[in-house]
Ligand binder design. Structure first.
Ligand code: PEP
Ligand code: MG
Length: 325
């Protein structure tokens, strides 16, 4: 199997009926960059910047943050990298950052909420990203956006940092793209307001489904109580895919499910063309794509979304088997 995936490394992921799919990988530490090269991923769809903070005993300084982001961009070369700003708070507590005890950390002051409440922290990170991205393409996205106002406020901090750099005559990125992660269900009913504000969006299905199903993803007693391959979950993704297609907003999926072949089969069948998978999933997902007849799959999928069951996994498996995937 490993040898088979290695052979696919430089093969573009195209379905049997000619749909090109971009397969990216998720990363968080410098070592993950080797995985990108080894798996043949076409870039990094999610760079989890909090990892640097979590392995450090103290707040990483501006120059340390800048150095890591530069290293990542240098290693990626022409391949795109999407940096996600700090996703800490909640259960990811940093010993060197003051934080208050929260009853429900997953619903607490995590991610962008912390960044907006402590703008100096977020601004330092944005400054590091802008410095590292000077003269090249820089893609930044914000985690756990729940309201359009949060996105506006976060984007404003990017503008402020750009102005700051400009006033000092510092070079800016040649191209700056700012996006939102869709992880809070609230956004599903405000895509018409959100999408025009963003340059791209990325769906974090780990959190989106945790909140949709009210099932703590870190609690084994409840985390398996629902199947992401269920009509509600798939319809939620379909809603986002359609809104993005209608507005021409680039969209990717970066939750763990993008790295599992059957789940990824469902995603491309729904019309998604950009997947960011954990490194181990890149080869298997690519192999699935190369054997998929998307048009036939789409016809089969339409019925599955209307089934009145909590999981369409078996039906999807039969469909995949029927299509020799
Ligand atoms: C997600 O929520 O799906 C996601 C990609 O972010 P994380 O797993 O880091 O919360
Ligand atoms: Mg998340």
């Amino acid at each position: 199997r490993q040898a088979e995936f290695a052979q696919l490394r430089d093969v573009p992921a195209v379905t049997l009926d000619g749909q090109r799919i971009t397969v990216l990988t998720n990363a968080g530490l410098a070592v993950d960059l080797e995985n990108m090269v080894e798996t043949g991923a076409e870039g990094i769809g999610l760079f989890r910047t909090e990892f640097q903070f979590m392995v450090s005993d103290e707040l990483p300084r501006l120059d340390a943050q800048t150095a890591l982001y530069k290293l990542v961009l240098d290693a990626a070369g022409d391949k795109p990298v999407t940096f996600r700003t700090l996703d800490i708070g909640g259960d990811k507590v940093l010993p060197y950052l003051e934080s208050e005890r929260e009853e429900n950390p997953a619903l607490g002051r995590r991610a962008i909420r912390l960044g907006l409440d402590r703008p100096s922290l977020l601004r330092m990170q944005l400054r590091a990203l802008l410095t590292a991205g000077a003269g090249r393409e820089l893609r930044v996205m914000f985690p756990m956006i729940a309201t359009v106002d949060e996105f506006r406020a976060a984007r404003e901090l990017v503008d402020i940092e750009c102005e700051w750099a400009k006033r000092r005559g510092r070079p800016l990125p040649a191209l700056l793209r700012v996006g939102a992660m869709i992880e809070c269900p609230s956004l599903l009913w405000h895509l018409d307001a959100l999408l025009p504000l963003t340059d791209f969006v990325s769906i974090g299905t780990n959190d989106l489904f945790q909140y949709m199903y009210a099932a703590d993803r870190t609690n084994p007693l409840v985390s398996d109580r629902y199947d992401p391959l269920s009509p509600p979950a798939l319809r939620a993704l379909q809603t986002i895919q359609k809104a993005c297609a209608d507005t021409g907003t680039p969209v990717s999926i970066c939750g763990e499910l993008a790295g599992r072949p059957l789940e990824a089969f469902a995603l491309i069948t729904l019309g998604f063309t950009r997947l960011s998978a954990p490194a181990g999933g890149v080869g298997p997902v690519k192999r699935m794509i190369l054997s998929a007849d998307l048009k036939a799959a789409k016809r089969g999928m339409a019925n599955l979304l209307n089934l009145s069951t909590g999981s369409v996994r078996n039906e999807l498996q039969s469909l995949a088997r029927k299509l020799n995937i």
